[in-house]
Design a protein around this ligand. Structure first.
Ligand code: GLY
Ligand code: MN
Ligand code: MN
Length: 351
């Protein structure tokens, strides 16, 4: 498997005897083990998953490419004992995930090599199987969006909308929401991350829904903004600028571009329309096991977009005390540009 080849190269490049992975997403990515506790150890020629009694059968079944090692003490103690039994001296660890106490213990016994973001870099390139899971997570979000447009009525609270959307996604096979969804109506639309509140949705407002499903561990993350009853000229104008920025970006982003260059496509359109100051977040981010992962698509990102990455494209304009518009799709980077995985219509819709 390509991910294991990349890990082997990482081990070799850093002259490691072993690599220790304990952070949940990287552990799951490498081993396919979905349990809540455990450690992955990869040496030059072997792969091990250490976990406790609760996960004995599950760990052995899920982590097909690993030997399961039963934890007999606290996780870190078992990991250290195992590493010592294997005569491991030089140990790579996840610099950005390991806490001070763990580091302090490990450094007493091993020569430590901090590796930050290395597994995350491997995770950027999705296999066709991963892409299909994200596509399915997007399909669930699309279908749920269709449903919610028929369900919402003025007079409902944002929380009612959230609950319906979440339960509908579950009915469609999602294990849950991929993050705390955003339901921001009227003036609350100016809060880019306004989680659903008890606010009542009124006629004449716009509503921003930013939500996603988890399907077999993989996330979708889509945003649509629509009107209720009617939309003011000001909000309609903003909508068309955001739509232009979003569709232009989806159309023009290519492999080989930096995150910075991709971000600039949308930012230039919004800035030229006079709303640059009102687009204060980045254009997008990678998507996979986590709803936010590498690469970054922002003003400062030097990440290069390459075939096999899955990214979001999500420009927005936010007017304090008035409202906001954001439109977000999930896209696969291909040789020919972006392929949209989310398919909900982006025409301004008024319920
Ligand atoms: N839901 C947060 C985001 O779109 O990045
Ligand atoms: Mn989102
Ligand atoms: Mn997003």
């Amino acid at each position: 498997m390509i991910k294991f080849e990349k890990v082997s190269a990482l081990i070799e490049r850093n002259n490691l005897d072993a690599l220790l992975i304990m952070s949940p997403y990287n552990r799951r990515y490498l081993s396919e083990f979905t349990g809540s506790s455990g450690a992955v150890i990869i040496t030059k020629d072997s792969r091990y998953l250490i976990s406790d009694f609760r996960y004995k059968a599950q760990g052995a079944a899920e982590a097909r490419h690993f030997d399961f090692v039963l934890q007999t003490k606290g996780l870190l103690d078992s990991v250290m004992e195992f590493l010592q039994e294997k005569n491991i001296k030089t140990l790579g660890f996840e610099g950005e995930h390991v806490n001070f106490n763990t580091y302090d213990q490990l450094k007493k016994e091993f020569e430590l090599v901090p590796l930050s973001g290395e597994i995350e870099k491997i995770r950027m390139y999705k296999t066709p199987e991963e892409v299909e899971l994200i596509r399915k997570a997007c399909g669930i979000a699309d279908e749920a969006y269709d449903h919610i447009l028929k369900y919402i009525r003025p007079g409902m609270s944002e929380l009612e909308v959230q609950n319906e959307l979440e339960s509908y996604m579950r009915k469609l096979g999602a294990s849950g929401s991929s993050f705390d969804m955003i339901v921001a109506s009227g003036y609350r639309g100016a809060l880019p991350h306004g989680s659903a509140s008890g606010k009542i949705i009124e006629s004449g407002e716009m509503v921003t829904l930013d939500f996603g499903a988890y399907y077999k561990g993989y996330a979708s993350d889509i945003t649509r903004t629509f009107g209720v009853g009617s939309v003011s000229d000001e909000m309609e104008k903003i909508y068309s600028i955001v739509l232009d920025a979003q569709t232009s970006s989806v159309g023009e982003i290519k492999t080989g571009m930096t995150g910075q260059a991709a971000d600039k496509i949308a930012r230039d359109i919004i800035t030229e329309a006079g709303f640059g100051e009102n687009f204060g977040h980045s254009l997008g981010h990678g998507l996979g096991l986590e709803v936010h992962e590498m690469p970054s698509i922002s003003k400062r990102s030097e990440n290069i977009l390459e075939k096999g990455m899955v990214i979001t494209v999500e420009p927005g304009i936010y007017l304090d005390d008035i409202g906001g518009v954001r439109i977000e799709d999930d896209c696969l980077v291909t040789e020919l540009g972006l392929e949209k995985l989310s398919r909900s219509s982006k025409e301004l819709f008024i319920i």
